[in-house]
Write a protein of this length. Structure first.
Length: 127
């Protein structure tokens, strides 16, 4: 597979993750502002949407790459993790905690799984 089609596929997946994350952040902040709920009370919803967005991003990158979906999804999650780490380290002067490493490891697996499924669905739709 040519790298010309692989890297744009990874960036499509990363873009999908960022759009979903930013959209959900806006909706969540509005919800928390106008209700009496706290961030802690919807923590599981936030984790669920984060996992779903990683799966969707991996799916999109795998579907666009058309081969090596696990690698496209994993690279998508890895780029997201690097961006998150850089924002946290450079912006807030903090490193990842053990819990964050666990979450990002799960994100890597979910995005790779999404990439695998994305490749298979994209290749089945071409037949």
């Amino acid at each position: 597979m040519a790298s010309r089609s692989f890297l744009p596929a990874v960036f499509w997946g990363l873009s999908a993750i960022l759009v979903i994350a930013l959209s959900f952040s806006l909706l969540t902040s509005l919800f928390l502002t106008f209700t009496s709920y706290t961030e802690e009370s919807i923590g599981w919803l936030i984790i669920g949407v984060a996992c779903l967005s990683m799966f969707i991003g991996g799916f999109m990158s795998g579907a666009k790459a058309k081969s090596r979906g696990w690698m496209a999804g994993a690279l998508t999650a890895l780029l997201f993790t690097i961006i998150t780490f850089l924002v946290q380290f450079l912006g807030y002067n903090e490193v990842f905690t053990t819990g964050q490493y666990a979450f990002h490891g799960a994100y890597l697996l979910l995005a790779a799984l999404g990439g695998i499924i994305g490749v298979n669905i994209a290749s089945n739709s071409q037949k």
